[in-house]
Design a protein around this ligand. Structure first.
Ligand code: 3PY
Ligand code: MG
Length: 259
């Protein structure tokens, strides 16, 4: 299946996603009816693993949502299992060094960009989908283009080497994790701190200079619009459990105020 998120990033369509934590394919089906462009299957903070992520990826396909995954760690099995079950990109948390990013590219992209292991899998109908009838080099080129590799900038280490990280071939863009970045900088949650603002501007400039996209998390609706105004290419708005809770809270408060 074509990666619609990759297309939207190329055409500046301002895609909006959310973190998926609730761990039920039904939630994915519901999210697919909201106007969201993508979901991030959170294998870092969420309770589930690759086997469940397969069912979430399948549910996302039925409602036209792009499913990417936040990988639990930089390891070959963690990367391969998620990509082979059919997620269309990886967000890589807790990156500290350029070497870690090289490693993730090696696991996630096929030759010549990396050394991804080749195996027919759910992503290509176990070798029976149309694109799987092409030559092996053609298939590898196809998946390299379709598979987004997105390291997070959320540590001082990543920030200090962001120009080198984003320039790596095989890195498609950067995702800023404001919470962990601010914590790593010693200014937890101080998103208006001049050093934090300067850090974000540095990451955005590095992405622009390298011709790569820059994504960020935003916890409320006005922060989402503000981030797009600031030039971010995509925004992850909140997480499913929090948005659900906030909606019920607001509705219940309104109902009770009228009783
Ligand atoms: C962070 O803020 O640290 C994230 O990883 C995403 O919001
Ligand atoms: Mg984080």
């Amino acid at each position: 299946m074509k990666n619609k998120l990759a297309e939207k990033l190329k055409t500046n369509a301002k895609p909006i996603g959310t973190f998926f934590e609730l761990g039920s394919p039904s939630v994915i089906e519901a999210l697919g009816r909201t106007g969201l462009d993508f979901v991030i299957l959170d294998n870092e903070h969420g309770p589930f693993e690759a086997e469940s992520s397969r069912d979430f990826a399948r549910a996302a396909e039925t409602v036209g949502l792009t499913a990417i995954a936040r990988v639990r760690e930089v390891s070959r099995p963690a990367v391969l299992k998620l990509l082979d079950v059919g997620v269309q990109g990886l967000i890589v948390p807790d990156v500290h060094t350029v070497e870690q990013v090289r490693q993730i590219v090696e696991y996630a992209k096929y030759f010549p960009l990396g050394k991804r292991g080749f195996c027919p899998s759910r992503k290509d109908g176990w070798g029976f989908d149309e694109m799987a009838q092409q030559s092996v080099p053609q298939q590898m080129a196809y998946w390299n283009e379709q598979t987004l590799v997105i390291p997070q900038c959320e540590t001082v280490g990543a920030l200090e080497q962001i120009e080198e990280i984003v320039a790596l071939e095989g890195v498609d863009g950067i995702f800023i994790g404001p919470f962990d970045l601010s914590i790593s900088m010693g200014i937890p949650g101080q998103f208006e701190h001049p050093d934090f603002i300067a850090a974000l501007e540095r990451v955005q400039k590095a992405c622009r200079d390298a011709g790569k996209f820059c994504m960020i998390f935003a916890g409320n609706t006005s922060a989402v619009t503000e981030r797009f105004r600031q030039g971010y290419d995509a925004v992850a708005y909140g997480l499913d459990a929090a948005v659900l809770t906030a909606a019920y809270q607001a509705n219940l408060t309104e109902i009770r105020s009228k009783l």
